[in-house]
Design a protein around this ligand. Structure first.
Ligand code: 13P
Ligand code: SF4
Length: 334
């Protein structure tokens, strides 16, 4: 068996093509060349390592990445992000090849709402509208009426008639935040992001007291007691815009620190401090997002593997809530 064939056979085990790259090759130049040769677009989330963000044709938050995926005329979409993001791109482009450098780049939120458990839960509220955060599996999306991201969630909730009950899944922290902001009662699924659960209130308040005048900004996936002390709460793109426009010079930032790269580029004079986690680990880094590496990206583009595949009926049913989200977002000018 040749090396490529055995690497293909191992895909299930490793989640990526475990082939050593030729040390004589300039991987960055090769990735750029492969993009051109294959008419491939490289989409990267803000939580990717800087070198991958720099290689990407487009870097953005979950909403912008799905809008970009919906609009692309590339033949191949290479998704440097996590699996649910690549699945969303696939649902929007069923005829295109969608690649992800590492199939095991999952998401604790998406995993927290398994299809059958959620189906049972939903059956207890037959009249409710189901709103699911995009950080959910393609199967969960087939049970969803409207998808949302943290950029458009308020507009999505406000688009639902007041007399309608709402189930919100899978993020209980984003759900609780939306209940507060929109004043709507919602039935919440109790999923969490393992990264945003780790921030320490005590350590954040201590860092803030060491930096008078600093602003504390947070992603809505953080726990309620963390959001309560935030000067601003928003999605990754919201946080980035806030840092650019705020007159403050120092920010303590409670989200995955990958976003600090674009923040520092946009505002080089500002001091950016990642919010501390409860332990001294690097657990504010998303272990799934960080599975993607330049080597895996190169192999993925060269051999066009691993590919994201979904059953036809999952694409057909799951796509409806994404289309609805994109429509409402466009109407809201997002
Ligand atoms: P954004 O849509 O804000 O980029 O969030 C994605 C995500 O996974 C946050 O953990
Ligand atoms: Fe999922 Fe959290 Fe990682 Fe975002 S940061 S991809 S929500 S585990």
């Amino acid at each position: 068996m040749d090396t490529l064939q055995s690497a293909k056979n191992d895909l299930q085990k490793y989640g990526f093509l475990n082939l050593p790259a030729d040390p004589a090759i300039d991987l960055l130049q090769e990735i750029k060349r492969l993009k051109q040769e294959k008419n491939a677009v490289l989409l990267a989330h803000y939580y990717q390592v800087p070198v991958i963000q720099d290689l990407a044709d487009f870097v953005g938050d979950s909403l912008a990445l799905s809008q970009e995926a919906a609009a692309t005329d590339a033949d191949i979409i290479v998704f440097a992000g996590v699996h649910f993001m690549a699945e969303t791109a696939k649902m929007l482009n069923p005829g295109k090849k969608v690649l992800i450098p590492d199939l095991h780049a999952g998401c604790s939120l998406a995993e927290s709402a398994p299809y059958h458990l959620f189906k049972d839960f939903k059956s207890r509220y037959p009249d409710h509208v189901v709103v699911s955060y995009v950080n959910s599996s393609a199967e969960l999306k087939t049970l969803t009426d409207i998808c949302c991201t943290s950029t458009n969630a308020v507009e999505i909730i406000n688009s639902i008639p007041k007399n309608k009950g709402i189930i919100f899944a899978p993020d209980r922290n984003l759900g609780a935040y939306l209940m507060k902001v929109t004043g709507r009662e919602m039935v919440l699924w109790h999923g969490v992001c393992q990264v945003h659960e780790m921030f320490s209130w005590e350590k954040i308040t201590s860092v803030m007291s060491e930096h008078p005048g600093a602003e504390f900004i947070a992603h809505p996936e953080c726990q309620p007691h963390i959001l309560e002390i935030a000067d601003y709460v928003g999605s990754t793109s919201g946080l980035l815009k806030y840092v650019k426009k705020s007159p403050a010079s120092t920010f303590v930032i409670a989200t995955e620190p990958g976003i600090l790269y674009q923040m520092q580029k946009a505002a080089p004079e500002k001091i950016l401090i990642p919010a501390p986690a409860m332990t001294n680990c690097a657990c504010n880094e998303c272990p799934f997002m960080k599975l993607n590496t330049v080597e895996k990206l190169y192999n993925c583009m060269k051999y066009e593997l691993p590919e994201v595949s979904l059953e036809e009926n999952v694409i057909k049913e799951g796509r409806k809530c994404i289309d609805r989200m994109l429509e409402i977002s466009a109407q809201a000018g997002l």
